[in-house]
Write a protein that binds this ligand. Sequence first.
Ligand SMILES: *[C@@H]1O[C@H](CO)[C@@H](O)[C@H](O)[C@H]1NC(C)=O
Ligand SMILES: *[C@@H]1O[C@H](CO)[C@@H](O)[C@H](O)[C@H]1NC(C)=O
Length: 286
Amino acid sequence: MATFYGFLVGLAIVFLACSPSSSAVHFVLIHGSGHGAWCWYKLATLLEQAGHKVAAVDLAYSGRNQVPLEFVHTFDEYHKPLFKYLESLSPKDKVVLVGHSYGGYGVSSGLERFPEKVLGGVFASAFMVGPNFTLEDTNKFLPRPDQVDDSFVIGDPIRIVLFGPHFAATMLYQNSPPEDLKLANYSIRLTQIFRGDLANREIRVTKERFGTVPRAYVAGLEDKIITPDVQRAMIKSTPPQVVREIEGADHMIMFSKPQEFANNLIEIAESFELFGLGGRPHGYAF
Ligand SMILES: *[C@@H]1O[C@H](CO)[C@@H](O)[C@H](O)[C@H]1NC(C)=O
Ligand SMILES: *[C@@H]1O[C@H](CO)[C@@H](O)[C@H](O)[C@H]1NC(C)=O
């Protein structure tokens, strides 16, 4: 199966490379925990320079989003800015959703709620739930409280985490330029980890919706948080149609390998367009 898809994607790339003009893709970029739209500044520039359209969202209490942390206790509240953006799109405007790290839950939710608006979903060193791989499973791979610089529980219980300078330098940004680590130091905010029954329900995916949209996984091979083993487990459980690996990429793939990441995204989007042309008789995910 994987080989067959690999062949199809190869064909797609050859086909598109030979065609005189491929159309502009509309990418929607979803940041990970503690981060914001700011983390995409390099990748967004590269994609735009290649002629594509890019929207990077700030999720609730992230980046420049003004919603207070105490109003962000569920995945749906956290993902609201993304849902609003997708709702605002015209029916003709299909997007490629790209989620990094915890932003993978945004991709899953976006595919499940707006399958008709999404050309394909890309999980970049991201958590990818599937019908047989739930939030409980992915939560096992979150950094432990003693690994991050700060982690505390409030309320019932709600876990708040800070990816401070030590954790960022050693576990997230170890291959990235020091300027980007400095940007993170100035920009990272507290973040919430969602768990429990409600969170599980909010990101549940179905064959009828999520399962009709093609997906890709982009794996950073030097990722210390969502390690290659964890990436492979998620890929095996809910196989995406395209898998790409980027050598030398740390967890912050958009900082450590921006050009390779951009090139891969453009090729992946081209293969999504081809899958779209081919129809989806059997669905994809199951
Ligand atoms: C789903 O997970 C269960 C338990 O891990 C396993 O026994 C089963 O084979 C899995 N099904 C698929 C389709 O992967
Ligand atoms: C930024 O660095 C300073 C100095 O090391 C530190 O006190 C602060 O917690 C850091 N902030 C973040 C978000 O990493």
